[in-house]
Design a protein around this ligand. Sequence first.
Ligand SMILES: Cc1cc2nc3c(=O)[nH]c(=O)nc-3n(C[C@H](O)[C@H](O)[C@H](O)COP(=O)(O)OP(=O)(O)OC[C@H]3O[C@@H](n4cnc5c(N)ncnc54)[C@H](O)[C@@H]3O)c2cc1C
Length: 411
Amino acid sequence: MHSETNRVVVVGAGQSGAECVAALRMSGHQGPITLIGEEPSYPYARPPLSKAYLSGKAGVEDLHIRPPATYEQQGIDVRVGTRVVAIDRAGRSVAFDDGTSLSYERLVLATGGRARRLPVPGLDTAPNVHYLRTLADVAAMRHRFVPGARLVVVGGGYVGLEVAAVARGLGLAVTVLEALPRVLARVTAPQVSAFYQRIHAEEGVEVRVDTAVTGFAFAPDGSVTSVELKSGETIDTDVVLVGIGLVPNVELAEESGLLVDNGIVVDEYCRTADPAILSVGDCTNHPCGENGGRRRLESVPNASEQARVAAATITGNPRPYTAVPWFWSDQYDVKLQTVGLSTGYDDVVIRGTADTGRSFAAFYLKDGAVRAADVISSPRDFTAAKKLVAQRAEISPASLQDLSVPLKQML
Ligand SMILES: Cc1cc2nc3c(=O)[nH]c(=O)nc-3n(C[C@H](O)[C@H](O)[C@H](O)COP(=O)(O)OP(=O)(O)OC[C@H]3O[C@@H](n4cnc5c(N)ncnc54)[C@H](O)[C@@H]3O)c2cc1C
């Protein structure tokens, strides 16, 4: 029998919320657990939304993070289609959009984020302009992904490039518009950006960098018919996908007086300044051992690890978040796996060739130590790269470049 006094309420039924409730039971939490999500679905993985699910190769049942039945089996009360609208910190309860409320002993905010919108009048109501964060977003756009349709992707980040790849596979004519001088500029080295620009060009995507969008032309029904560029050019289109980043969902925390600074501020145990409230996933700003500072990360591995750390904190076996960040992206037949944080590097070493072919690695060095790596289509090298980054291995650029010596021998 669960005691009602030690209820954990998790707000946000996405990757981190779903993993947190599972980790709580795994860690021995016996009290009631309630998982609340405003989306109508049971927790699902978002990565396939811009990959196998958008292309039609995966169905919705393949997306579930855990089979829905397991929540009930583990005594986890899941309330989907339910939005938390306020936190009463003094009274330790959350209020729902239907006017009811629920008390908690511990509260976990796992509210994720939402797609950043382009602030252009008319765009939010244009039926052929799409953002990609949820299953509902895919449902709204998928019927437009038909052979011969013209797609303009605004933003050369991971989501935009993955959608471009899927769209090519489905036979669309695709143009990617990136305002900065290269795609993936904030997250990778110029050589990796150049690689992706080449791959997309080889696949028939027109990638235009240094290309700022200045406006849109609309049809009488409100649809966008063309995209206007700073150069004065216009690009006719049937569908627009805007992929310009994420805005963390921090309003609940902020309105309840918790500290927010590009994310809900937590320590390495996922605790906010309120001992009863923790936070996990894309919505958190947390200490990051990798660069000694604080970061807000948007990745499944981060969401999963923070979920486990929060569960450990709640169940009285605290351990700090020390995992080295990693991430992946699939475009065409190319799998990128990246580990560590490349910000602040002073040297990039390319192992293999980035200018031809579809497999190589980029190592980011700082003060002679390997701090991060982007490994393209080589899982074996990625396994070794993870260890090199974790060890902050000091390896000369010449050794890293020497293809005759397997990476794992450098450990
Ligand atoms: C298209 C796409 C592709 C991606 N590809 C990759 C990839 O290849 N690799 C990778 O590592 N990561 C990828 N990611 C990122 C990854 O999906 C996220 O990092 C991860 O989902 C974060 O989990 P989260 O639980 O923090 O947030 P989310 O998964 O966003 O979940 C938060 C949930 O909380 C709900 N919520 C918010 N506020 C409330 C409220 N007040 N009341 C109730 N519910 C609320 C939201 O509706 C949402 O369902 C991708 C993301 C997208 C969108």
